[in-house]
Design a protein around this ligand. Sequence first.
Ligand code: HEC
Length: 461
Amino acid sequence: MRFTCLILFTMVACTVFPSAVQADDVISYRRHVWPILKRHCFACHSGGKPEGQLSLATAASIARGGETGPLVVPGKPRESLLIEMVSGAEPSMPPKGRPLSQAKIDILKTWIGQGGKIDSIAPLAESRVVIPREYTHAPALAAVAFSPDGQRIACACRSEVVVIAANGQGPPLRLQTNSDLLTHVEFSADGKLLLAGGGTPSRFGEVSVFSMAGGKRILSRRVSQDTLFRGGFSPDGKRVALGGADGAVYVIPLDKTSPPQRIELHSDWVVDVAWTPDGTKLITAGRDKATKVASYQTGKLLRTVDSSAERVSSVVTDGVFAVSAGKSRTLIGYQLDVALQNVGVTGAGNGAKPVTRRNQYVKNFESQPGEVIDIALSGDRKSIAVAGTAAEIRVYTVADRKRTAVVKGVRVPVFCVALNQNASLLAVGSRDGRLEVFRLPKGEQVFSRIPVPMKKAVTRR
Ligand code: HEC
């Protein structure tokens, strides 16, 4: 399922499991079953909108089951939906990733065979984020950003932001957060602050702000019950808007006390948010396949500018156009003034239908060679870089949609890209944890490195 999901699942910390069960072992829900469900199922089956309406958050909700009813027929593992869903050559659950091991399925079966009682649910204790001094496996790069002066590059590496010099030299500056997984990094316009957004899946969303002068965290705020996704600083630098896993956009003031604003726009994860340069509008991209424009002042939807056949991953805007793309390989520019004509009259509220015909404001770019996972906007807002599952990154000028550069042979899948102020440098972060920087328009590689410190390779026998 979806890349963001993939990032979440590959990065969420592992739990230790009991080894194989014997038939006469007494299985405890809390000690044996819950760790399995928590690790493999909880992320999708919890929160405000659990998948299949099945929430594993409380004993009562587990007993109730989902759309199709209870999970468990006590004493009868073979008749229980839970076992049916996780067994077989291609088990239905989890829908993506490695199926449950036979040992874990046996634990579930034995538990149901013994009556399937839920003795108690372990409280979801605050799990401490552990940041290794050196990594054995490089964490995937979820986000990357240039400082406005182009001297530094910040990378979101699991729970920490790692800042390195833009020439690739020197030791990294490591800035820790309390989020399991960061999804967004960004420097403030004056380069003095560094913002990191993310959270711990099914627990909380969080923004952390660091002062670049002291390398210290000066603010951290938690909102919502789930991870936050991409977004950005408001043009005045006073707040940040990030997408939420509950279909809302969170606008979070960068002080300790003003309440955050929650703008409900989508029916599924809001994966990216972009401010228009005048700060009046938010353009949002949702896993519900829609690209929307909302008024920041009123929090109201102005228009759903598009509904794609596939999910949308990223959105940027230069103020004249919004550009979004995702799985469908189409990169589309939306001319905002045309798209928003007459919106005051008929366009308010959710589900508003565009009054202007779509083809009047849609400006297609050339089609893309692969699924688009991230679009970067240069600091001057004139250029974009488009990256994803294809081994090449294409750069365009927003105004005329002309391609200005192609960088080939990058490591796939690319999870994130960034451009510096005038699009002379491109930073590329991949799932395998490597950061590559290229000079544009020619595409010469400046450097390629893993930003986090790695354990020295152990000699293999
Ligand atoms: C990546 C997200 C994801 C993960 C992880 C996941 N599920 Fe699901 N699950 C879904 C979705 C989406 C549905 C609804 C669509 C469907 O039935 O395929 C669903 C439906 C279900 C249902 C049917 C609910 C009903 O009553 O219709 C059961 C049972 C279930 N999941 C069990 C599990 C178990 C057990 C695990 C862990 C081993 C798990 N799921 C992990 C996404 C997930």
